[in-house]
Design a protein around this ligand. Structure first.
Ligand SMILES: C[S@@+](CC[C@H](N)C(=O)[O-])C[C@H]1O[C@@H](n2cnc3c(N)ncnc32)[C@H](O)[C@@H]1O
Length: 364
């Protein structure tokens, strides 16, 4: 970004702006890079401004979406939006890019909007603007499809009347439109809840961890399994599952022959022999779930875990910090915690072995 003092732009689930802001401010203060956040409840986005010039660039140096919990996306953005007159919304954008010295080349052009009702209406506008913007960028000599370029050009339409030009780093920010990985529920799946595990596997586990832990015939335990959405995600990857829950499991899932249903208390269940993966979606106090998972890892009952922490309405950021502090740390383990698109008042955590050969989960 040239010729102007940028801000950091974050997208999040509407209603989680305060948690996102608390996370960013904790980071800014831990790195002694002071600044402030502008956020409004329900908007689904917020901005961090540095107290001094250089703060935003320094803070962005170490930012990687995989290390953040509540943001779905982070971008280096103009501090102020460009007003969009209704008669012509293309030319002002092109002029602003030129004035800011944003000449690319870019790996992609992303036209984003908030994940709100207003944002959904704005998406009709962004669809209409794509072609003229692409044409205008090409005429201005700004490439927006240079596959090996290190940045993407994002235009964030916070509403119909203004846009924030922004840049996202390939590999450290989300390649998905609006930072959302949309997954379609497969026919026959027992619950929508399974999409959480599918998203977690795709976004949080590096590909070689997936290859090792989620190979056919691997063994898993699913605590709080009913009606079976998470187990179903494992079974479709040909993994054998012990599904622990007093509630009923979908009969078709049991017919797969890969699921053993145990009507037991998930806090008391012990596997007869170590398994590859523990997953847990029990509705319980987050601290209690974290301690249980930490115990499984410490005892060597599983090689990795993916679990959900159901969050209280207040102090969600602090609750997540407290829970993560109870998990094993050190060079042997890698922990990722994300507020996924398919999560609601909860976050998903993955803990897996950190080996020298493990590649990072690919953000694209
Ligand atoms: C959110 S639902 C799980 C949904 C499931 N992951 C799916 O995809 O279909 C939470 C489940 O946790 C179970 N549960 C809560 N406390 C439990 C406990 N102590 N032991 C076993 N299951 C428990 C409930 O019976 C309920 O079925």
């Amino acid at each position: 970004m040239a010729n102007e003092s940028p801000s950091l732009l974050f997208y999040c689930r509407p209603g989680f702006e305060k948690d996102c802001a608390a996370e960013i401010m904790a980071r800014s203060s831990a790195e002694s890079l002071p600044g402030y956040v502008r956020a409004r409840h329900g908007d689904g986005w917020l901005q961090f401004h540095g107290a001094d010039s250089g703060v935003v660039e320094e803070l962005s140096d170490g930012l990687d979406l995989r290390d953040l919990v509540f943001p779905r996306q982070w971008l280096l953005a103009s501090a102020e939006p460009i007003p969009l007159p209704r008669r012509d919304r293309v030319q002002p954008v092109l002029e602003a890019l030129e004035n800011a010295g944003r000449i690319g080349p870019y790996a992609a052009l992303c036209l984003d909007h908030p994940d709100t009702n207003c944002g959904k209406q704005v998406s009709a506008l962004t669809r209409r603007l794509r072609k003229p913007l692409e044409k205008g960028l090409a005429s201005a000599g700004i490439s927006s499809n240079a596959t090996s370029a290190p940045r993407r050009l994002h235009l964030f339409f916070s509403d119909f009347d203004q846009v924030f030009p922004a840049e996202g780093l390939v590999g450290r920010s989300s390649p998905e439109a609006n930072g959302i990985l949309r997954l379609r529920q497969s026919r026959g799946a027992p619950s929508r809840s399974g999409l959480k595990l599918d998203e977690a596997i795709r976004l949080m586990l590096p590909s070689d961890v997936q290859d090792t832990l989620l190979r056919p015939a691997a063994m898993a335990v699913d605590l709080g399994a009913a009606p079976g959405g998470w187990s179903w995600q494992l079974v479709r990857r040909h993994i054998r599952v012990t599904a622990v829950d007093n509630g009923p499991i979908q009969p078709e899932l049991l017919d797969s022959g890969l699921v053993e249903h145990r009507r037991e208390d998930g806090f008391r269940y012990r596997p007869p022999s170590p398994v590859d993966l523990l997953v847990c979606d029990m509705v319980e106090r987050p601290v209690r779930v974290s301690d249980l998972v930490a115990h499984w890892l410490a005892q060597g009952w599983c090689r990795a875990v993916i679990f959900n922490l159901k969050l209280p309405m207040k102090q969600r950021h602090q609750t997540v910090r407290d829970c993560l502090a109870r998990l094993p740390t050190g060079p042997a383990w890698h922990t990722v915690c994300r507020h996924l698109y398919h999560d609601r008042d909860e976050v998903t955590v993955a803990v897996f072995p950190a080996g020298a050969t493990l590649r990072e989960a690919t953000l694209g």
